[in-house]
Design a protein around this ligand. Structure first.
Ligand code: PMP
Length: 304
């Protein structure tokens, strides 16, 4: 019998799909890890499971308690999903500018949303979460921006899956960074397996990794206003700073050419992966992470 006991068991083991419709140099292969196959629709379901499990095991969060987190949305969905059946309440602090679809999904999964002013950015949402965690009895804020369990979630799951999917024949990893957890954790595992794996980080224009200053961007889920302490910048073997135009152009192409309905951070990572492919030698296997799907952003007219 192939029966899953609950939604939690559906997290991870996502498909790796070879992309063949984009022109690539001869002998260079591009594979996409399709994280929108997770039950909550994004890579962050892995993080949600890890944060809730660790908090309950360590006793920092007890049944009947309240989990409070600053999130642009996908982490919220992952956490709300992970909290199902565990007897805990969830509250998310979300900057107003973020996708309304994500907020609807978080509420559908039982979460309460507190919006914070767009002009205060994620820093405003982080401050609000801290304040609520202190004032609510039994409140706990895992804080994905400071918690080493964030990269660990991917070192334990995403890295090993990619390695096994390709029988260890991974040469390049391309991943976007919001908190930097996905990139750092996955890079950590792959480099431990083979130090020659090249790990490439992707950010939108308006993020700081290439010396830029924080600014508004349409690409959602990636971009840094500061570098969390768990991020291993020594793993930045390359940094691609991708414009919104390129990210959204690639997202449309991925739908038409490959039938893959990817979100803008995936479009951004795809653009970087294609640039990296141009520089790669014959025989190179590149893995790009597609964190979520476009269906989450349809009311932003991303395909028009
Ligand atoms: N893409 C999307 C759509 C996301 O929601 C996130 C998480 N903010 C990321 C990419 C980046 O993930 P991380 O925080 O692990 O860097």
């Amino acid at each position: 019998m192939a029966v899953y006991k609950n939604v939690h068991e559906l997290v991870g083991k996502t498909p790796l799909v070879q992309l063949e419709a984009f022109p690539l140099p001869e002998g260079v292969h591009l594979y996409a890890k399709c994280e929108f196959f997770n039950p909550g629709g994004s890579v962050k379901d892995r993080l949600g499971e890890k944060l809730v499990r660790e908090a309950l095991q360590s006793g920092t969060l007890k049944p009947g308690g309240t989990l409070i987190e600053p999130t642009a949305g996908n982490t919220g969905i992952g956490l709300a999903l992970a909290a199902i059946g565990k007897g805990i309440k969830v509250i998310f602090c979300v900057p107003e500018k973020f996708s309304i679809e994500k907020q609807i999904i978080m509420k559908a999964l039982g979460a309460e949303i507190v919006t914070t002013p767009t002009e205060l950015g994620m820093t405003g949402a982080i401050a609000k979460s801290r304040e609520l965690a202190q004032s609510i009895e039994g409140g706990y804020c895992p804080n994905q921006f400071a918690n080493p369990d964030n990269p660990a979630a991917y070192t334990e799951t995403l890295g090993p899956e990619i390695w096994e999917d390709l029988n260890g024949k991974v040469d390049v990893l391309v991943a976007g960074a919001g908190t930097g957890g996905t990139f750092t954790g996955t890079a950590e595992y792959l480099k431990a397996k083979n130090p020659d794996v090249k790990t490439i980080v992707v950010e939108p224009v308006g993020s700081i990794l290439n010396g830029g200053t924080p600014a508004e961007h349409r690409t959602e889920g990636i971009g840094m206003e500061f570098i969390p302490s768990f991020v291993k910048t020594e793993y930045f073997d390359g940094i691609y700073t991708v414009s919104d135009e390129d990210a959204f152009r690639r997202l449309k192409e991925a739908a038409r050419k490959e039938g893959l309905l990817i979100g803008s951070s995936s479009g951004s990572a795809l653009h970087a992966a294609l640039l990296e492919a141009e520089r790669s030698r014959k025989g190179t296997n590149i893995v790009v992470i597609f964190p979520d799907s476009s269906e989450r952003y349809l009311n932003e007219h991303i395909y028009s």
